[in-house]
Design a binder for this molecule. Structure first.
Ligand code: RP5
Length: 162
């Protein structure tokens, strides 16, 4: 298992659906767990240790509100941590964005944009990191980029036709 996705609450499950699909498409194994930095700190600590022992290479931490899950994980591992802030009521995600991105010096969290697109980008970034040591993954990323470019061309073609 290469990637561990931690979501702060079951209510974040929908946010990571596309990200999980992306990892599957690239053939990258992942484990998904619900664990909260503030409600279940012991469980989160145990998951970090267990994941490291099982050979995990990257953590993706997804949380909303005072989102300290990614920072909590980053403080306890030397593995890269990618943070995804989640929009929730009240401050519309600005709370989670700032909580995730503003890590003090020395403990980085690679912070994505908000919500589902941020989670998808977390998956792509994780694949890119893994591809540094995996030429087959790199080839798949080249194909992925070609697919993105083809989508733009197709959109443009159908607009011209309409
Ligand atoms: C965070 O607060 C979670 O990550 C979630 O995004 C948000 C709301 O949590 P619940 O009220 O659904 O538990 O801890």
């Amino acid at each position: 298992m290469d990637i561990v996705i931690l979501i702060g609450s079951e209510s974040d499950l929908d946010i990571v659906a596309d990200a999980r699909r992306i990892l599957e498409e690239f053939g990258v194994s992942h484990r998904l767990e619900v664990s909260s930095a503030h409600r279940s700190p012991e469980r989160t600590r145990t998951l970090i240790t267990e994941s490291e022992e099982q050979g995990a290479k990257i953590f993706i931490a997804v949380a909303g509100k005072a989102a300290h899950l990614a920072g909590f994980v980053a403080g306890q591992t030397t593995l890269p941590v990618i943070g995804v802030p989640v929009e929730s009521g009240g401050l519309g995600g600005m709370d989670a964005l700032l909580s995730t991105v503003q890590m003090p010096k020395g403990v980085p969290v690679a912070t994505m944009g908000l919500g589902k697109s941020g989670a998808s980008n977390a998956a792509v970034l994780a694949v890119q990191i893994l591809s540094l040591a995996d030429p087959a993954l790199r080839k798949k990323l080249v194909e992925y980029k070609k697919t993105l470019a083809a989508q733009v061309e197709n959109s443009s073609r159908s607009i011209r036709k309409s």
